[in-house]
Design a protein around this ligand. Structure first.
Ligand SMILES: Cc1cc2nc3c(=O)[nH]c(=O)nc-3n(C[C@H](O)[C@H](O)[C@H](O)COP(=O)(O)OP(=O)(O)OC[C@H]3O[C@@H](n4cnc5c(N)ncnc54)[C@H](O)[C@@H]3O)c2cc1C
Length: 496
């Protein structure tokens, strides 16, 4: 009789859980006597990645892009054999429009995050007043913040931007561009947890403009040195041909569908001496040698309550906000405005219900059939949680009314779909890194428990995959397995 396989139960079928499952599979492929069961409470896999086909439209309801600068997405796509399906955004139409007092103004060329790195486009834009532009330029002269040795350099996005470049840059650029990515309140958002590069830049270059300029020049130099293959361009925004859902689907195929159970909720964890019992909504109980929790933070807080109340209480302190995307298809005849942009940002100071609109079929050429366009509105976020109480019909009406008044779009959509993300976006508020350190220290003290997902060290898809993989590394080590070859190989020898 052979040695019984060690059984890892993974809770959560988003990219973190699937990243964990695929890594367990790779360990098994290398000879580790280990198997997994992944539990997902929804009938479909993917979590915040969801693609729906509506006729010939490809509609992404959640995440619509990944950033290839962080390699994990393409690494797993390559390992799973679908990297050839990466689709770059259509850079020839990469323009961002920003709403100012009812008018759409193109974001000036050379803006990095929120800092101008080209003088002329910034000096001539109507997006900022002259006093606002002069105040932004003072960044070059304001002394850098003093950070005591050993002290964590952290402050909110609002604090850094207002201190260095003034409130107008915060209100018109940083809040919609940088805060918007995290659907976060810039007055609460911890930069050390979200964009530590900005804090480091101030320390290294003395100001942000010089820091971002150096970053832009380094990127241009890389492009010159290593020109991209025109058939396979390197773009900031990327997706997959069949929509973002192709990523979790491809990972699930590579991990092995036989280990995946959808429509099953893990309701309670029981920690035994050297094993676990995972209680399910079906009434079944699964025996496990290790457990990985890859759910949203609030669900992880519930699941850890019976294992370590202190850990549960720590996780529960991470707040989450809700949002919704509303996608609509239109005939391009009589649209009444140009689709030649990636979309529109509506700064909070404009007091609109719409936070942003993406021209999805401009950004991704295959998202709408010929003669049609796909647009997506984004609502909710920390300043407008009340909108989440509206019905689907009401949300569609609100977004249509916003499209009418902002874009001049008066035609009937050929379809409309609403996707709700209730408590779907973790908020990395001040003190987040300290909370995550404390969470990780507690998890380190519980052998064969792993925790991963977007609530801790990065909401981006690549970070989430890495967190699921790191949880596997922890529990497999504790179960006595040797590290995988991919973790010990020199980077150049790795398969990706
Ligand atoms: C609207 C929106 C747009 C976004 N856009 C982008 C983008 O363009 N690019 C980007 O990089 N990031 C984006 N993000 C962030 C990113 O999509 C998420 O951070 C990431 O997908 C989270 O992955 P995850 O696996 O950690 O968690 P999730 O995707 O939340 O998966 C957790 C899963 O656990 C399941 N679960 C919970 N409790 C249980 C239980 N008890 N038993 C079984 N299953 C359970 C849930 O149903 C869920 O499927 C966006 C997020 C949102 C909400």
């Amino acid at each position: 009789m052979g040695i019984p396989l060690k059984h890892v139960v993974i809770i959560g079928g988003g990219v973190a859980g699937l990243g964990a499952a695929f890594k367990v599979r790779r360990a098994a492929n290398e000879g580790a006597e280990v198997t997994f069961t992944l539990l997902e409470k929804d009938p479909r896999l993917g979590g915040k990645l969801q693609t729906e086909r509506v006729g010939d439209f490809i509609v992404d309801g959640g995440s619509d892009a990944f950033i290839a600068q962080k390699p994990s997405v393409m690494r797993v796509a390559k390992l799973a054999g679908f990297d050839q399906d990466r689709m770059p955004s259509d850079e020839s139409r990469k323009k961002t429009l920003i709403l100012k007092k009812g008018e759409l103004i193109e974001m000036p060329d050379g803006v990095m995050q929120f800092a101008p790195t080209k003088f002329l486009p910034f000096a001539t834009t109507r997006l900022f007043s002259w006093p606002g532009k002069v105040r932004a330029g003072m960044d070059l002269f304001i002394p850098k913040k003093k950070v005591k040795p050993g002290e964590l350099n952290d402050e909110t996005l609002e604090s850094l931007v207002v201190r260095r470049m003034g409130r107008e840059i915060l209100d018109r650029l940083a809040e919609p561009l940088v805060g918007g990515v995290h659907a976060s309140d810039p007055g609460l958002m911890s930069l050390a947890a979200t964009f530590p590069n900005m804090l480091e830049m101030e320390q290294k270059y003395g100001c942000l403009i010089k820091g971002f300029l150096a970053q832009r020049q380094a990127a241009e130099e890389m492009k010159r040195k290593y020109p991209a293959d025109p058939k396979n361009p390197r773009t900031f925004f990327n997706t997959f041909k069949n929509g973002m859902q192709q990523l979790p689907d491809g990972m699930a195929d590579a991990a092995g569908r036989e280990g995946i159970r959808t429509g099953v909720t893990a309701t309670r964890l029981e920690k035994l001496e050297n094993a676990w019992k995972v209680h399910l909504s079906s009434g079944d109980v699964l025996d496990a040698d290790a457990v990985i929790i890859a759910t949203e933070g609030w669900a992880a807080a519930d699941l850890t309550a019976t294992v370590d109340p202190e850990l549960s209480a720590l996780i529960a302190t991470i707040p989450h906000s809700s949002s919704a995307t509303i996608s609509m298809g239109f005939d391009t005849d009589d649209l009444g405005f140009s689709l030649d942009a990636f979309g529109v940002l509506c700064p909070g100071v404009e007091n609109r219900s719409l936070m942003a609109a993406t021209y999805s079929s401009t950004k991704w050429t295959n998202r709408a059939p010929k003669g049609k366009a796909l647009l997506r509105g984004f609502v909710g976020g920390p300043h407008n949680q009340a909108i989440m109480d509206k019905s689907d019909d009401e949300l569609i009406a609100i977004v249509r009314s916003e499209f009418r008044s902002i874009l001049g779009l008066n035609v009937e959509p050929v379809f409309a779909r609403v996707y709700r993300w209730i408590n779907g976006m973790p908020q990395y508020t001040m003190g987040h890194l300290g909370r995550v350190d404390a969470i990780e220290a507690r998890v380190a003290g519980i052998p064969t428990l792993g925790v991963g997902g977007g609530s801790y060290r990065g909401v981006g898809i690549a970070n989430c995959i890495e967190s699921g993989e790191a949880a596997v590394t922890k529990v497999l080590g504790e179960l006595g397995f040797a590290p995988l070859a991919e973790d010990t190989a020199a980077p150049a020898a790795r398969a990706y």
